[in-house]
Design a protein. Structure first.
Length: 64
């Protein structure tokens, strides 16, 4: 499992687990393929924000 807080570890087309905004309290992981990387900074303490191919947006917690 790689670190989802570093932008360099995440590429478009990767299979990742993200936490959606509405799931932040529960920490529920949603799995999908990265379509776009939305965070511009090289790191983010809560995870890099991405958009999945199905349109969902969240912060990367797991990289598969």
């Amino acid at each position: 499992m790689n670190n989802g807080t570093t932008r360099a570890n995440i590429k478009e087309g990767m299979n990742v687990g993200i936490v959606l905004k509405e799931d932040q309290r529960t920490g529920k992981i949603t799995q999908g393929i990265v379509k776009r990387i939305l965070t511009n900074s090289s790191t983010h303490p809560h995870g890099i924000k991405v958009q999945l191919t199905n349109g969902q947006v969240g912060r990367v917690k797991e990289i598969y």
